[in-house]
Design a protein around this ligand. Structure first.
Ligand SMILES: Cc1ncc(COP(=O)(O)O)c(C=O)c1O
Length: 400
């Protein structure tokens, strides 16, 4: 049987220019090498190395046994919606009503719903560099135009001034991600407020991707845009996720909080695509928000210890320059000092790390910023230390 040639197969024009996820590609590369028996150090992973906490798994088991295996309302069960509302009220003093919340199949679907239900063809959507790989792809899928904000001059800290400069009459939306994947940067609350004031003044909208909400290291503070004044929240959709906070990436469960008209449109999109998120995962997520938060504190403390060791160790590698990220579980070192001879780009440096030291990292160019690599510390300290030893050897050889 001959394979259809993709260039003649009549695929939707909407897919033109869309790229496959470079982070998933790095993960698959590591899996394939491991399966072939190679001793790989995988610092590419964008998911916790912890297992889902026991009490959350138990809730899922109970849901199965109780026959909670049917369709639910598109936006989730009343119990999960109440758990989300209760959590935001307890943690951030934010008050949301039921029509302002919906459950989704992961934070990714919340962002997808929010973007496709708001933008029109030709609208501009602002995205700060470096960005999570999915943001521009969703925007392109929706027929809109991603417009990137350069932030290297402020060490990848997005500022209200930069947002103001990037807005044009065609701007409809900005996607904000703090703590950021891949930089780990956290926007200070006062700056976040200023950004949202610009959003309100200029009449655009914002999606705040709070996927790494809880992963903020002292002295920086956890901040949710939900705690902003009502006039700022009127233009805001929060996309939330259980994936990282509770080590639940495979469960595919997240949520959105937004003005009711926006949620209504998002329910329309979701209702005619996936319908409700998985009913068992919904029960697990309800327990995650209603139950003890000790598991989150434990994981955060472990990530904090790894970060403490890692950033210093990376900064010490010849040719590396590594700022200290305030959140998430990634380091994002500048590796331009290693780009010499036949290693001209961070992509070639990442390839060399894989080939010469069987260590997986992610090229910053995939996040819109060449010259950097992303190193995930969602892996044990032992493996991190082994990985850094290997990276150091390759960097020393490059620098000469
Ligand atoms: C910045 C960011 N947002 C959203 C997501 C989506 O997570 P999920 O769909 O698993 O909830 C991810 C996952 O890697 C992410 O890194």
């Amino acid at each position: 049987m001959t394979k259809p040639a993709l260039d003649v197969f009549p695929l939707s024009e909407r897919l033109a220019g869309m790229k496959a996820s470079s982070t998933l590609a790095a993960m698959q590369k590591a899996q394939a090498m491991r399966a072939a028996g190679v001793d790989v150090v995988d610092l590419g992973a964008g998911e916790p190395d912890f297992d889902t906490p026991e009490h959350i798994k138990r809730a899922a088991e109970e849901a199965l046994r109780a026959g909670e295996t049917k369709y639910t309302a598109t936006g989730g069960t009343p119990a999960l919606q109440e758990a989300i509302i209760g959590y935001y009220e307890r943690e951030f003093g934010a008050r949301y009503d039921t029509p302002e919340v919906m459950a989704t199949a992961g934070g990714k679907q919340a962002i997808f719903n929010a973007v496709v239900s708001l933008v029109n063809a030709g609208d501009e959507v602002l995205i700060a560099k470096p960005y999570w790989v999915t943001f521009p792809e969703i925007v392109k899928f929706a027929g809109a135009i991603p417009v990137f904000i350069e932030t290297e001059e402020t060490d990848f800290q997005l500022t209200a001034e930069q947002v103001k400069r990037a807005i044009t009459p065609r701007t409809k939306l900005i996607i904000i991600n703090s703590p950021s994947n891949p930089s780990g940067r956290v926007i200070p609350p006062a700056e976040f407020r200023k950004i949202m004031e610009v959003v309100a003044e200029r009449g655009i909208f914002a999606v705040s991707d709070e996927c790494y909400l809880r992963f903020v290291y002292s002295p920086s503070e956890v901040f949710s845009a939900s705690s902003l004044a009502p006039e700022l929240r009127a233009r805001l959709c929060i996309a939330g996720s259980f994936s990282k906070t509770y080590a639940m990436t495979g469960w595919r469960i997240g949520y959105a909080l937004a003005p009711r008209e926006w949620i209504k449109a998002m329910l329309l999109v979701q209702g005619h695509s996936t319908s409700n998120p998985n009913s068992i995962a919904q029960r697990a997520a309800t327990e995650a928000f209603n139950g003890s938060q000790e598991c989150v504190a434990k994981m955060l403390s472990e990530y904090g210890a790894r970060r403490e060791w890692l950033i210093k160790a990376l900064d010490d590698i010849p040719g590396f320059d590594c700022f200290t990220p305030e959140g998430a579980f990634y380091a994002f070192p500048n590796v331009r000092g290693c780009l010499k001879g036949d290693v001209k780009t961070s992509g070639e440096f990442a390839d060399k790390l894989l080939k010469d030291s069987q260590t997986v990292v992610t090229d910053g160019a995939g996040f819109g910023v060449g010259g950097y690599i992303r190193i995930s510390y969602a892996t044990s300290l032992d493996r991190l230390q082994e990985g850094v030893r290997r990276i150091r050897r390759v960097a020393e050889a490059c620098v000469g």
